[in-house]
Design a protein around this ligand. Structure first.
Ligand SMILES: [Zn+2]
Length: 282
């Protein structure tokens, strides 16, 4: 074990040396390796504290109510709160209502908070970008259509508007036949800016769930999403959606990833707009 650690440290050291050398030569700079490593370590320790999940609760029976008003006794499809028969009911409710319903049904002690981020940030950034129009952040939180909405679903240890959680897209077609939830990113939200209220922003930093597969946080994200039956596997979501418009899950996912990537994985919302968005505190 110790040998392995030494081995990795040596490799990290060599790579950093090489990278700094190349960087300094290319840009005619004099950056010190030590300050980069120090910065990296600071960045890592600045993450909000994330508690381990206490226990993994198993959603055993389907949440659906049958036509005769009795509850469905079928087992849930893994990662969902519906059985195979009722899976088409997934995504029929706005996310906050879904979260409340699930927490009540499975008797969770704490209901996870949701904050609405609207869809203005998507429609404002539709690709191909018009290069003459720069998106002016921060954006207000507005919804230009009722079909698509985005939310932050906070881990239960964060009871307010700031902290860490998961970014979730909700789509429901206008005829209400097609619908889905889709978790795409891990998010951290911080207050940002000067103390004057007018210059304050909600800074939303995002990392795609896919890119975290080897990180410890991945397990927490997946079990958290499982507790609320929010899917994150895009191909799996796509299988049961026959929508071939721009609201198709794969097209939507790529669009979302493009918008967020093109803003270096950070979005700014006006603080007031963010704070006045719906939060489902009980
Ligand atoms: Zn069912």
């Amino acid at each position: 074990m110790e040998n392995l650690e030494k081995y990795y440290n040596t490799i990290i050291d060599e790579i950093t040396n090489k990278a700094v050398e190349v960087f300094n030569n290319s840009y005619n700079l004099d950056i010190k390796k030590e300050s980069i490593i120090e910065n990296l370590e600071n960045e890592i320790s600045n993450q909000p504290p994330i508690k381990e999940m206490n226990k993994l609760s198993i959603n055993d029976t389907c949440i659906a109510i049958k036509r005769n008003k009795t509850t469905c006794k079928n087992k849930c499809t893994p990662g969902h709160v519906y059985c195979g028969t009722h899976l088409r009911s997934e995504g029929k409710l706005p996310l906050p209502e879904h979260i409340k319903m699930v927490a009540n049904k499975y008797k969770y002690e704490i209901i996870a908070n949701t904050v609405l981020l609207g869809n203005e940030w998507i429609s404002q950034n539709k690709l191909p970008l018009d290069y003459n129009i720069n998106t002016k952040w921060p954006l207000k939180i507005e919804s230009t259509s009722n079909s698509v909405n985005s939310y932050i679903l906070f881990f239960t240890e964060f009871s307010g508007y700031f902290g860490a959680g998961v970014f979730v897209i909700h789509y429901i077609s206008s005829d209400k036949k097609e619908s889905y939830y889709m978790a795409t990113h891990y998010v951290e939200v911080n207050k940002y800016g000067e103390d004057l209220q007018s210059n304050m922003y909600a800074k939303v930093s995002l990392k795609s769930i896919d890119s975290l597969k080897d990180k410890p946080i991945y397990k927490k994200i997946i079990s958290f999403l499982g507790e609320y039956g929010i899917p994150y596997d895009i191909n799996d979501i796509n299988k049961r959606i026959s929508d071939i418009t721009e609201n198709n899950p794969v097209v939507m996912y790529n669009n979302i990833i493009n918008v967020i990537n093109s803003h270096y994985n950070i979005m700014y919302f006006s603080y007031d707009s963010y704070i006045n968005s719906n939060i489902n505190v009980e």
